[in-house]
Write a protein that binds this ligand. Structure first.
Ligand SMILES: [Zn+2]
Length: 428
């Protein structure tokens, strides 16, 4: 049986569509879009007051498998994604073993075929993410790599970074960089500033991020190659990317919900769930990330979903690992912190989670069109809910947003015409 969304607010950034209509799904495809569609043979969903958007795309997810299945598995990560409204995600390669050979990528894709979410592995740039020996990007591309990155780790060697950018570009792929100069950040627990001073913890200077952002931009300019900057967290990095874009440099940027929602004040009570890399910064940085999203300097929103066990996070701040879960709170934060505040329009915000990542990474999906695969998310923009980790499908409950009240939540995810999630029940 097909699905008929009646009187729904259809939001499709790719075509600039924002209007009330009916939309039907049949045999995996968007069957028809229009008013008063016939309902025989369809399950009718009353879409009044709801938003129907392309299935969300998250290009920055740590699925933890292979090697860290106690934190997350590919299947639990996919379930968290479906619960969060995501139909397509990219899996970062910092697993164990790392995704640095065709075999490991193929294994990820094979495991992912047990669920419904489209999973695209990102191939490692260097073996073991050690920044020394380059991987075979041709082989990784042929095994399904949608991009290349050593995320979690920076690429310290500039020549290696440039060669990777060039090689990836020849393969019609991009390099995604985690910008961090370890010589400055090593041993740091949180942003270097008044709060790290107050807590007496080693700080991570903003310069550690900005130096690498600048380095990547300079390489992109020198060699006229594209580069994508992950999880931008500082005011200066936003400004560097803005200026580079104005100069015609082929750089794109990404913002994570935690960096536009929180500052390092979140660590003052010792909450290890707020420890993340790059760290939560200061208010001027948070505002700069918001401004970067507002004017398109930061092209996409990605969660950097990074689950850890309660045991690992239940340590003092200086011993807890970096990272927080994000798939199941992203929509709530985007609606509450970006859309309802007027920082971004609905089309722009949804675009940063659908059409723009699809374009930058050359992926299918990210839009709604008759005859195309029905990957959709139904969002209730008025639903007020409290972040409760017992409701998470992720194995991780390491969220700094626990207990926070958000407005806006995905209530149905459709993948290939089939329901993957409804009211937080996941069907795979
Ligand atoms: Zn990273």
């Amino acid at each position: 049986m097909g699905i008929l969304f009646r009187n729904v607010r259809l939001v499709d950034p790719a075509s600039g569509t924002d209007r009330i209509t009916d939309l039907s799904v049949r045999e995996g495809l968007v069957d028809d879009i229009g008013t008063e569609l016939a309902q025989e043979g369809f399950e009718v969903i009353d879409g009044t007051g709801k938003i129907l958007a392309p299935g969300l795309i998250d290009m920055h997810v740590h699925l933890r498998e292979p090697g860290f299945e106690h934190k997350e598995t590919i299947l639990t990560g996919m379930r968290a994604a479906a619960a969060g409204g995501f139909t397509r995600i990219a899996a970062m390669p910092n697993t164990s073993p790392a995704l640095d050979t065709p075999e490991t990528l193929e294994r990820v894709r094979d495991r992912a075929s047990a669920g419904m979410v489209h999973v695209h592995p990102i191939g490692a740039l260097s073996f073991g993410l050690e920044g020394r020996e380059p991987t075979d990007l041709d082989a990784l591309k042929n095994a399904g790599a949608c991009a290349f990155s050593d995320d979690g780790m920076p690429v310290p060697d500039s020549a290696m970074m440039y060669r990777a950018m060039e090689w990836a570009h020849r393969l019609d792929r991009i390099v995604v960089d985690h910008c961090e100069d370890h010589s400055l950040s090593r041993g740091g627990v949180m942003n270097r500033g008044a709060n790290s001073e107050k807590l007496g913890l080693p700080g991570i200077p903003k310069a550690a991020e900005d130096i690498m952002t600048a380095r990547d931009i300079l390489l992109a300019r020198e060699y006229n190659l594209p580069v994508h900057i992950c999880h931008v967290s500082t005011r200066t990095s936003v400004e560097l990317i803005r200026q580079a874009k104005a100069d015609g440099v082929r750089v794109t940027g990404e913002a994570a919900p935690h960096h536009f929602s929180l500052t390092d004040d979140a660590l003052l009570n010792g909450n290890t769930n707020a420890r993340v890399s790059p760290p939560l910064r200061e208010e001027e940085d948070r505002e700069a990330v918001l401004a970067g999203l507002a004017d398109g300097t930061l092209d996409i929103i990605a969660t950097d979903h990074a689950p850890h066990t309660a045991e690992e996070k239940n340590r003092p701040l200086d011993q807890a690992p970096n990272g927080m879960v994000g798939l199941e709170t992203a929509v709530g934060l985007v609606f509450t912190r970006l859309i309802q505040t007027g920082v971004m329009g609905l089309l722009e915000a949804i675009g940063a989670m659908t059409w723009k990542p699809a374009q930058i990474f050359g992926l299918p999906g990210g839009r709604i069109a008759k005859g195309e695969s029905a990957d959709l998310v139904l969002i209730d923009p008025e639903l007020i809910w409290k972040v409760d980790p017992t409701e998470f499908h992720s194995k991780g409950s390491n969220s700094p947003f626990i207990g926070m009240t958000l407005k806006g939540r995905p209530i149905m995810t459709v993948i290939g015409g089939r329901k993957a999630m409804e009211n937080n029940n996941v069907f795979f």
